[in-house]
Design a protein around this ligand. Structure first.
Ligand code: SF4
Ligand code: SF4
Length: 458
């Protein structure tokens, strides 16, 4: 694609990077077929190619974002299905991240949107604040049905209350050092995350149990926290960079003190961002840039780490069929596709995959709160495909997907959430000697499973 930036514009490193991305696009449109918003809405401007044109025009003109550009960029899930499909290697992620930051700097949203975005950007990355907010939302939950109308604020409020858990799990303190059991065979830092440790603290607990049992020392440095993705995807550049920088410093300190084999991430949305720290800090001073690149190079999804390090179950295989939901951030953002399925199969589960596995479930960070209507349609479609596998449970490697797929159905919809939704690592830990995931309590794990549809097994 030909671009027309001036030399002055290209002195800005973000514009220069976007110029490179734009020039690799050959307008072929292959990406449109796998874009969830184009599949649902059928509007070229809600396809990757359409958005690329809109962003190009906005950046070249150097003018403030318009309402039209904001609407179509906001509807993008950042699911990155377009990057998997693109034959030219267009880095849409970096382009849309730049566009979101540009929009945040040049466009004044209605007051209620600004307030909601500020609220989400403040609460979600801070576990103590988020936990307090969830306790409040729990009491307000029954009021969701009283909120009338289809205005965006009403839809968003209903979505927030629907997604609020009925109870907030207790949060046992997460120690900083978890020694390996037996001889130490490895040493890793674990990203403890932010919203995940509030919504489901068992995910970190299962990860630590599993790793330490395998002989891996696990460190959770107190100075590390949110990866920055939540703010980053809302265009809130400065807080995103501050969170990322704190992690980079904390993990580098650990690497320098005792060496690190990996930085293990068990929320794939966060993993995609941590692996991109090198790019995010490409214009930082050389020392920080080097540290960011080191961290990005060490980051591994928990399933990548286990596939390389080794995993062996210790329990007999359960008679359970797992429908594996591949989170977009894992399959498109990190291109990790085989490892989770291979590990689940090694653990003794029958693994099946739903149709349209490339399509997003509608979670996408804060998307299901900011774009609840599209998110609800994607969720219903995803749940329909997952249920059609006739599996006993759903496994996924990202807290956003677990919350989206496991929450209540939209008002008036049939209750399709009949399957337990469990993090992949909780299943692996269970089969390696850990406790049964709470979501499976009361279910028979030895009864004859439902027949698996032809062609569904992997
Ligand atoms: S990131 Fe996802 S929603 Fe956005 S343009 Fe690409 S495929 Fe479409
Ligand atoms: S598939 Fe790639 S090259 Fe083709 S239009 Fe989409 S982004 Fe551009």
């Amino acid at each position: 694609m030909q671009t027309n930036f001036t030399a002055e514009q290209l002195r800005d490193p973000d514009t220069a990077a976007s110029n490179q991305v734009l020039r690799t696009c050959v307008h072929c449109g292959f990406c449109t077929a796998t874009c969830p918003t184009f599949v649902l809405l059928g509007d070229e401007l809600d396809s990757p190619r359409g958005r690329i044109y809109l962003i190009k025009d906005m950046l070249e003109a150097g003018r403030p974002a318009t309402k039209e550009v904001v609407q179509h960029v906001d509807r993008c899930l950042s699911c990155l299905a377009c990057m998997t499909t693109c034959p030219s290697g267009v880095n849409y992620m970096h382009l849309v991240d730049h566009a979101r930051t540009y929009i945040e700097r040049t466009y004044r949203r209605p007051w209620h949107e600004r307030a909601l975005r500020r609220l989400l950007g403040t609460l979600l990355p801070r576990p103590a604040l988020f936990r307090a907010a969830l306790h409040g939302a729990r009491f307000a939950r029954p009021l969701a049905g009283l909120i009338q109308g289809d205005s965006p604020p009403a839809q968003r409020l209903r979505a927030m209350l629907r997604l609020a858990p009925r109870s907030v799990p207790a949060a046992p303190p997460l120690g900083e050092t978890h020694p390996a059991q037996g001889a130490r065979r490895g040493r890793v830092a674990l990203l403890a995350g932010c919203a995940q440790q509030v919504l489901d603290p068992e995910i970190n607990a299962a990860t630590i149990r599993l790793l330490t049992r395998l002989g891996v020392e696990v460190l959770v440095p107190r100075q590390a926290g949110c990866c920055g993705a939540l703010n980053h995807h809302m265009g809130q550049h400065d807080p995103a960079m501050a969170f990322a920088r704190a992690n980079i410093e904390a993990w580098n300190a650990e690497a320098e003190q005792g060496g690190l084999d990996a930085i293990v991430v068990n929320a794939s949305g966060c993993g995609t961002t941590v692996k991109d720290y090198g790019f995010m800090f490409r214009t930082a001073d050389p020392a920080l840039r080097e540290k960011a690149e080191r961290v990005a190079g060490l980051a591994l999804d928990i399933t990548e780490f286990l596939a390389r390090f080794g995993y062996a179950p210790t329990r007999p295989a359960p008679d359970l069929t797992v429908a594996y939901h591949s989170a977009c951030s894992l399959q498109h953002g990190q291109r990790v596709t085989a490892e989770p399925k291979t590990l689940l199969a090694r653990a003794g589960f029958r693994v099946v995959e739903p149709a349209e596995g490339h399509l997003c479930c509608g979670s996408a960070g804060t998307y299901n709160l900011l774009q609840p209507e599209i998110a609800a349609r994607l969720r219903a479609r995803k749940l329909g495909n997952l249920l059609a596998t006739r599996a006993d449970l759903i496994a996924a490697g990202n807290i956003g997907c677990l919350t989206q797929l496991g929450g209540d159905p939209p008002a008036g919809a049939a209750d399709t959430t009949v399957l337990p939704v469990v993090h992949t690592v909780a299943l692996l830990d269970w089969m390696a000697g850990g406790p049964m995931p709470a979501a499976l309590a009361g279910r028979s794990t030895t009864a004859a499973a439902l027949p698996v549809p032809a062609g569904a097994a992997v």
